[in-house]
Design a protein around this ligand. Structure first.
Ligand SMILES: CC(=O)N[C@H]1[C@@H](OP(=O)(O)OP(=O)(O)OC[C@H]2O[C@@H](n3ccc(=O)[nH]c3=O)[C@H](O)[C@@H]2O)O[C@H](CO)[C@@H](O)[C@@H]1O[C@H](C)C(=O)N[C@@H](C)C(=O)N[C@H](CCC(=O)O)C(=O)O
Ligand SMILES: Nc1ncnc2c1ncn2[C@@H]1O[C@H](COP(=O)(O)OP(=O)(O)OP(=O)(O)O)[C@@H](O)[C@H]1O
Length: 502
C-alpha cells in the first residue's frame, strides 16, 4: 500500500517539522517493525521510551515520526531534514488516528460491535459472531480467541493478548473490508480503551457484560477501571447493558442517550431470562421481551452463559435483526475454546475445562458444574503470576467448601516465583493444610494430579489460563497446549485404571 499522508493536521493534532506531506505505507510503534515509508510513533512503555528508537526507525525506512518530546524531535529534524516529525500531545491518540487514516478509515465501512466487561467478552463475541454469520451477515471477530473472518481463523499475528494495538486493528479491519465482511465484533478491554487503541472507532453497538475487580495493577482502582470501560459507551451509537450488574450498569443507564437494551434476570430487563433448566445438550429458558415470551434452547451451559447469550441477542437486535430471526439460528452459537469445554475422551470421569481466572468467573463455573450429577468434584485453581497478586487468595476463598479435592497451581508465571504465587493463593483458605488441598507448581503436574485423584463418576474441573497456545515464563511465550497435556496423561496410562490411586 502506498498512500500520501497529506494535510497531516487533518489527521492528527500537533506541530509538524520538516516536509508537510510524506508517503506512508504502515504505522508502527516498534522500530524493529518499521520498513520503507513507515510512520513511527514513539510510545512510552514499561521498559523503554519509543523516542529512544527514532534513529533505528529512520534507518529502517520510516519517513514520518510522531512523538511527544518537542526538543528531541526538533533536534532530529535538523539532522534528518527529509523526514517529517510531528510533535503531538498524546502519542497513543496519534497512533490511532494515523493508523485509521493510513488504512483508509476501514471501520467506517463496517458495522462495528464492541464488547466490554470483566468476564464474558470472548464468549459474547463468539456468540454474536456465530449468530450474525448464521444470519448471512458476513462478520469477522477480534479478541482473545484470535482474529476470525466469517470462514476461518486468520493468520494475523496477535502481539497483544486480546485487543490489538491500533495499527493492527485497522490492518485487520481493512482486511475484513477487502474480504467482503460487513461487520466486525471487537473485544474491547479496559487496557485497550485506556490506551486509546480503539479511539477512532465509532461503534454501532457497545455491549456490557459485568464489572468485578481485575487489572487493578494497571488501573490502580475500581473507579478508574470502571471509567475506562465506560468510555466505550461514549463512542457508541447503541448500547446493550447487563442490568444485573450492580457496579457499572447504573452509570451507563444514567449517561447514555442513544437506543439502549437491558438484559438479565432483573424484572426490569428488556430481555429477561426466566425458568432456566439445564439439559444434557444445553440449557432451556424462557425469554421475556416486550414482544412477548419465547421458549429458547441453546447449546450453552451455566446461568452466566444464558446471560452472555442475552447480551449477544441484544447486540443482534441492535444491529437490526428481529427476535424470530435471531432465535431461528440460536442453535448455532458456539462457545470459544476453553469456556465450559467438555473434553471428549474415554476417561470414566467427566473433564471440564474453563478459563475462569477471576474469583467471579470461578464462582460462576463452580455453580454451573455443581448442577450436573457427579460423585466427587475435583477442581484445579491457579494463581496468575502476571496479574494482580491480591486476586490470588480470593480464588481459594471462592473454591473453599465447593469441591471435594482442590489442586492449587500457577498460570502465566512471568517473572513471579511459583512457590510465592501458590503461597499467596493458599492464604485465602481458612486451613491451607486441610487434607484435600494439594499444591503443584506446574500446571501440567497439577492436571495430572487431578486425574490421579479422580475415579469413576467424578467430575474434574480444570480452571485458569490454559488456552491461547502459550504460558508466559520469564519474558518468553513458551508453547503450551492443554489438550496435549491431557492426552499425555491418558497416552502414558492407556490402562488408566493402573494409574489412579483409588
Ligand atoms: C504491559 C504492557 O502494557 N505492555 C505494552 C507495552 O509494552 P512495554 O511497556 O513492554 O514496551 P517497552 O518494551 O517498554 O517499549 C516501549 C515502546 O518502545 C518500542 N520499542 C521497544 C524496543 C525496540 O527496540 N524498539 C521499539 O520501538 C516498543 O514497541 C514500545 O512501543 O507497550 C506495547 C506497545 O504499545 C504494548 O504492545 C504492550 O502490550 C503487551 C503486549 C501486553 O501484553 N499488554 C497487556 C497488558 C494488555 O494489553 N492486555 C489487555 C487486556 C487482556 C485481558 O483483559 O485479559 C489486552 O487487550 O490484551
Ligand atoms: N457473564 C459472565 N459472568 C461471569 N463469569 C463469566 C461470564 N462469562 C464467562 N465467565 C467466566 O469467565 C471465563 C472467561 O470467559 P471469557 O473468556 O468469555 O471472558 P473474557 O472477558 O473474554 O476474559 P479475558 O479477557 O480474560 O479473555 C469463562 O471461562 C467463565 O468461567
Amino acid at each position: 500500500m502506498q498512500k500520501k499522508l497529506q494535510h497531516w493536521n487533518e489527521v492528527v493534532e500537533g506541530t509538524v517539522l520538516g516536509p508537510l506531506a510524506q508517503y506512508a505505507s504502515t504505522v508502527e510503534y516498534d522500530s524493529r517493525e518499521t520498513t520503507e515509508d513507515s510512520i513511527f510513533v514513539c510510545i512510552p512503555g514499561e521498559n523503554y521510551d519509543g523516542h529512544q528508537f527514532i534513529e533505528q526507525a529512520i534507518k529502517n525506512g520510516a519517513k514520518t515520526v510522531a512523538g511527544t518530546d518537542a526538543h528531541l524531535l526538533s533536534t532530529y529534524s535538523s539532522t534528518f531534514p527529509s523526514i517529517t516529525f510531528i510533535h503531538v500531545a498524546d502519542a497513543r491518540i496519534a497512533l490511532s488516528h494515523l493508523s485509521s487514516h493510513v488504512f483508509g478509515n476501514p471501520s467506517e465501512s463496517l458495522s462495528t460491535i464492541g464488547v466490554t466487561g470483566t468476564n464474558g467478552k470472548t464468549t459474547v463475541t463468539s456468540f454474536i459472531y456465530s449468530i450474525l454469520n448464521a444470519l448471512s451477515l458476513r462478520t469477522g471477530s477480534i479478541g482473545t480467541a484470535g482474529i476470525w473472518d466469517d470462514a476461518q481463523k486468520t493468520s494475523f499475528r496477535q502481539t497483544v493478548p486480546t485487543t490489538p494495538e491500533a495499527p493492527d486493528i485497522h490492518r485487520v479491519l481493512d482486511h475484513f473490508n477487502q474480504k467482503g465482511m460487513k461487520a466486525a465484533v471487537i473485544e474491547s478491554t479496559s487496557i485497550a480503551i485506556e490506551q486509546k487503541r480503539l479511539a477512532t472507532i465509532d461503534f454501532n453497538v457497545a455491549v456490557h457484560t459485568n464489572l468485578t475487580p481485575e487489572h487493578l495493577e494497571f488501573h490502580g482502582s475500581m473507579e478508574n477501571y470502571k471509567q475506562a470501560k465506560l468510555k466505550l459507551f461514549e463512542q457508541a451509537e447503541r448500547a446493550v447493558v447487563n442490568i444485573d450488574d450492580t457496579v457499572m450498569a447504573g452509570d451507563i443507564l444514567e449517561f447514555f442517550n442513544g437506543p439502549l437494551l437491558t438484559y438479565g434476570k432483573n424484572e426490569r430487563a428488556d430481555l429477561r431470562m426466566r425458568d432456566i433448566r439445564t439439559t444434557l445438550d444445553g440449557t432451556s429458558f424462557t425469554l421475556q421481551t416486550h414482544e412477548g415470551l419465547f421458549e429458547v434452547h441453546a447449546p450453552v451451559y451455566g446461568e452466566y452463559n444464558v446471560s452472555n447469550l442475552l447480551a449477544a441477542i441484544g447486540a443482534c437486535k441492535q444491529s437490526g435483526y428481529s427476535m424470530p430471526e435471531i432465535l431461528s439460528v440460536i442453535s448455532m452459537v458456539k462457545c470459544p475454546e476453553g469456556r465450559y469445554q467438555i473434553v471428549k475422551n474415554d476417561a470414566p470421569y467427566q473433564i471440564v475445562l474453563d478459563y475462569a481466572h477471576t474469583p467471579d468467573a470461578l464462582s460462576n463455573i463452580l455453580q454451573a458444574v455443581r448442577s450436573i450429577p457427579y460423585h466427587k468434584l475435583i477442581v484445579m485453581i491457579t494463581g496468575v503470576g502476571l496479574r494482580d497478586p491480591n486476586k490470588r487468595p480470593l480464588m481459594a476463598k471462592t473454591v473453599e467448601g465447593m469441591a471435594d479435592e482442590i489442586i492449587v497451581s500457577v498460570d502465566q508465571p512471568g517473572f513471579a516465583d511459583r512457590q510465592e504465587v501458590v503461597n499467596d493463593v493458599l492464604k485465602g483458605f481458612r486451613n491451607p493444610l486441610e487434607h484435600n488441598i494439594h499444591t503443584k507448581l506446574y500446571r501440567e503436574e497439577a492436571i495430572h494430579h487431578a486425574f490421579d485423584l479422580a475415579a469413576s463418576g467424578d467430575l474434574v474441573l480444570l480452571t485458569g489460563i490454559g488456552f491461547g497456545g502459550y504460558q508466559v515464563i520469564g519474558n518468553e511465550k513458551v508453547p503450551y497446549s492443554e489438550l496435549e497435556v491431557i492426552d499425555d496423561y491418558f497416552n502414558k496410562c492407556p490402562s488408566y485404571k493402573d494409574c489412579v490411586m483409588f
